[in-house]
Design a binder for this molecule. Structure first.
Ligand code: MRU
Length: 363
């Protein structure tokens, strides 16, 4: 297996044995290992345990997962449409319960559901519907690739050669199907000789920045420097950061943005130093049904991620109380712009985000 992480797909459908193949991201950067998932429990666990993670990648994995589980359902139900439909909904709801904050998960599952409903009504055939579900899951992945590329082009238009860029968590290739969202301008900049200097926050507690972002950017030949989360102030104060690019898990209608815990702090610091804070968001991450950040459900993770995971031995006293939210919400007022595949939205976001979604729906 190659040592270059970028030579492997984050998420892949293997049609030889109808399995979902992912890079197990919990083993990076030490080991690049591809694992095969077939059962509902294996897919659910892989999402919950962050073996596959990052909002768009979770969506793609769930779409492929639901297709694979539909094939298995067909083995049991045959052409009994009601029985198939009820199994389909059961599996959809189960996968949807794996993580609550990234809206891409329910977005992708709902896209699959729409296709399932329409195809069953039109063809009255489970077998033909399976083909439609396969095509939809492949389309969702292709859309993710195209989307990230466009976000990269818009993002690059906001920076100049030689700029310093700070990013938090991993919104890179490992969080999507290709290019990443926050990293897309960086990859595009690399191709075009922009000579960008990237600072990757390590991103406690699960170290997505240290283990994943610095690994994939270094593999690609990007000038990347790893910093602890509490060093962002120092590099900003030294004038080394010209722009912040982050990904996100859900954008509310008013422009409040949920992303990896710590993002809100980075946004606040960026404001302090007059640095633009850009959020890269595929339209699949925009949730106009959620009015504002207070309405976004924030995932709480196990205490052990803070006290002992990644350490050789436990680093906190037994029994200490731990607070471990996986995400925080950055208020819209700190967001300079939201970069989507349909253009760049700026405040007031109620209007600009609706316009972006309208543009999407018209195409
Ligand atoms: O808990 P994770 O690793 O799934 O969190 C990922 C993030 O917060 C990313 O920034 C976000 O999903 C965007 S990925 C393009």
């Amino acid at each position: 297996m190659s040592k270059n992480i970028l030579e492997h797909n984050t998420v892949e459908l293997d049609e030889k044995d109808n399995s979902l193949v992912i890079i197990d991201q919990t083993l990076l950067p030490g080991r690049i290992e591809l694992i095969k998932l077939k059962t509902a429990e294996e897919i659910w666990d892989a999402i919950y345990l962050l073996k596959v993670r990052g909002a768009p990648a979770i969506g793609v994995a769930a779409a492929y997962g639901l297709y694979i589980l539909s094939l298995q359902a067909f083995d049991r139900t045959g052409e009994d449409i009601d029985a198939f439909r009820s199994e389909f909904i059961k599996q959809k709801d189960y996968l949807n319960s794996s993580r609550p904050t990234a809206v891409n998960l329910s977005w992708a599952l709902n896209m699959m559901d729409k296709v399932c409903t329409a195809s069953l009504a039109e063809t009255k055939s489970v077998e033909k519907t399976l083909k439609a579900l396969r095509d939809e899951s492949v389309r969702i992945q292709q859309e993710d690739i195209d989307t990230c590329k466009k976000i990269g082009e818009y993002g690059l238009s906001l920076i100049k050669k030689g700029d310093g860029i700070l990013t938090h968590c991993n919104a890179g290739q490992l969080a999507t199907s290709k290019y990443g969202t926050a990293t897309a301008p960086i990859y595009l900049g690399l191709e075009k000789g922009y000579d960008l200097k990237v600072f990757a926050d390590e991103t406690r507690p699960l170290l997505q920045g240290a283990r994943l972002t610095s690994f994939e950017l270094q593999s690609a030949g990007v000038d990347v420097t790893l910093i602890c989360d509490n060093m962002a102030y120092s590099v900003m104060k030294k004038g080394l950061v010209n722009a912040v690019f982050v990904g996100c898990d859900r954008v509310a209608a008013n422009g409040d943005v949920a992303n990896k815990i710590g993002t809100g702090g980075v946004a606040t610091l960026a404001r302090r130093f007059g640095i633009p804070f850009y959020v890269c968001a595929p339209t699949s991450t925009i949730d106009l049904n959620t009015k504002c950040g207070d309405d976004i459900k924030i995932e709480q993770r196990p205490d052990t991620e803070v006290t002992e995971m990644w350490y050789k031995e436990r680093m906190a006293p037994e029994g200490v109380k731990v607070f471990n939210p996986a995400f925080d919400v950055t208020d819209a007022e700190y967001v300079t712009a939201i970069i989507t595949e349909y253009g760049i939205a700026r405040a007031p976001y109620e209007t600009s985000l609706s316009e972006i979604i309208k543009k999407k729906n018209e195409q």
